[in-house]
Design a protein around this ligand. Structure first.
Ligand SMILES: Cc1cc2nc3c(=O)[nH]c(=O)nc-3n(C[C@H](O)[C@H](O)[C@H](O)COP(=O)(O)OP(=O)(O)OC[C@H]3O[C@@H](n4cnc5c(N)ncnc54)[C@H](O)[C@@H]3O)c2cc1C
Length: 455
């Protein structure tokens, strides 16, 4: 019997892979095989903080255009599925206790407006500020609102540190259930003919320099899957697959760990946005604690200043609050599982959050057992994804999604499907093409960029 020939094989059923499979079918391909060595959506894609934003620094409008497209598509799926994946446009709220930051917030708001994130609104009194609606899953607002003045801020966000002198509320941002978005795309892809197989992709077999079949293995049994096209969506393992094809791209993985705790005293309202503290902070230890930490080299660092960016939000239907702080990121070429983290990480994260939301101090002594998990950001040097053709004809990559793979999944899947089917490419496609790393001018240019969009 002749082996079945697939129009494309997608390797990896994380959010990038299920979205690629979904959009390849939408683009007209009939026979798609999606493979994964593990359960779909279980490696990185169910470990995220499940947030989305069209709020991106430059140096140009690329990331804002890309995310606006992805949010448009997510909103479309939310409508089609009666919001099965709980899209919630509550916004991102950047807060500061430093007056110097007010100008920075204003500059960021205006720059984001230029890039297409929506209008910047300066609200010196609260009058022009529109609060988040209690219902609805489509962003009614975009752009950002700057609010200054401690009492103005306390009136709207009474749970924030009372020294907060300015907040910048970015509006076309929010959260969702990443697992449910992934399952929706996966189920829709399967309903329209995508097959799923548990298997490990070992490499490709080529004919005249082009993909001819994909070599997979399951329970020690090797199989050749006939197809002219393969899309690599291997998340943090993508380097290993590229190596098997003798392709080199500058990709590193970075460990990220988050915690969540039950908010039994209802400190954080369930309608609160994602809150991000924009100032560096020193953790608040008692005199006795400081003296003790000072004594040992293993704990002395806890007295140092920690970087800006601790963030958190209410999550789920119950009373959990999610907290996350990228104060210390280790990079490596390949990931190592199971993930390990420093024993102080949960307490450091809670102390950082309690600086922004002082009511959380109630959970410091004794600290309830947190739920801790995380995964790897898979990153290129300038923190932009790799979506496009590889040097072997018929081989494509849809990876390196860093800390934005959930929010960008729909636009990424759509973009890779256009590459595979020779569709019309959008303006941002060139910025994500893997060939950019063979361009010495580009490599020199990114050396001068002073932002990477990571929170
Ligand atoms: C702590 C944390 C917080 C985050 N927060 C956010 C957020 O708020 N918003 C956001 O948008 N993003 C966020 N992210 C990023 C987001 O989770 C990732 O970018 C995204 O999940 C990557 O998806 P992926 O499909 O590329 O990779 P993965 O989900 O890792 O999927 C890759 C799949 O490929 C399979 N695979 C690999 N190699 C092979 C092979 N050779 N054969 C067979 N199968 C293979 C793996 O088994 C895996 O299932 C966060 C990430 C972390 C770690």
């Amino acid at each position: 019997m002749k082996n079945k020939r697939y129009d494309a094989v997608v390797c990896g059923a994380g959010i990038a892979g299920v979205s690629s499979a979904y959009y390849l079918i939408q683009a007209g391909l009939k026979h798609i095989l999606l493979i994964d060595e593990g359960a779909p959506l279980s490696l990185t894609s169910d470990k995220s903080t499940e947030c989305y934003r069209n709020w991106w620094a430059g140096p140009d409008s690329t990331m804002v255009c890309f995310m606006n497209r992805s949010i448009d598509l997510m909103e479309q799926h939310a409508r089609e599925s009666q919001n099965r994946f709980l899209l919630n446009p509550h916004g991102y709220l950047f807060a500061t206790s430093s007056r110097d930051m007010i100008d920075v917030f204003e500059k960021q708001g205006k720059e984001a407006e230029e890039f297409g994130a929506g209008k910047f609104r300066n609200n010196p009194s609260n009058s022009g500020y529109i609060r988040n609606p209690n219902t609805g899953y489509i962003s009614e607002l975009d752009g950002s609102d700057l609010i200054t003045g401690q009492s103005n801020i306390q009136e709207i966000f009474p749970y924030l540190n009372e020294k907060t002198v300015a907040v910048l509320h970015a509006r076309r941002c929010g959260s969702m259930s990443a697992q449910q978005l992934g399952m929706y795309l996966f189920e829709e892809a399967k309903r329209n003919g995508c097959e799923f197989k548990t298997a490990y992709m070992k490499g490709v077999d080529t004919k005249a320099g082009a993909v001819n079949s994909v070599i997979i293995e399951n329970n020690g049994v090797e199989e050749q899957i006939e197809s002219d096209a393969v899309v690599l969506c291997g998340g943090p393992h993508i380097n290993a697959t590229l190596k098997s094809m003798k392709i080199e791209l500058p990709i590193l993985v970075e460990k990220h760990v988050k915690i969540s705790l039950p908010d039994t005293f209802s400190v954080v309202p369930r309608s609160a946005p994602l809150m991000i503290w924009a100032d560096a902070i020193k953790l608040n230890w008692s005199t006795e604690e400081s003296e003790e930490l000072e004594q040992f080299s293993e704990t002395k660092w806890l007295l140092q200043e920690f970087p800006a960016g601790v963030h958190g939000r209410p999550v789920g239907e119950g009373n959990q609050v999610l907290m996350y702080w990228t104060y210390d990121c280790e990079s490596s070429e390949r990931p190592s599982f199971p993930l390990e983290w420093n024993e102080y990480l949960p307490e450091i994260t809670l102390r950082g959050m309690a600086h922004m939301i002082p009511g959380l101090k109630q959970y410091l002594d004794p600290m309830p057992k947190p739920y801790v998990d995380g995964g790897y950001y898979t990153k290129t040097p300038e923190n932009r994804p790799l979506i496009g053709p590889l040097d072997i004809k018929g081989a494509f990559i849809c990876g390196a999604f860093s800390g934005f793979g959930i929010m960008s999944a729909c636009a990424s899947g759509e973009l890779i499907s256009k590459h595979v089917t020779n569709g019309i490419l959008p303006s941002y496609s060139k910025a994500f093409d893997p060939s950019r790393f063979s361009d010495s001018n580009y490599l020199a240019a990114i050396e001068t960029w002073d932002m990477d969009g990571q929170l």
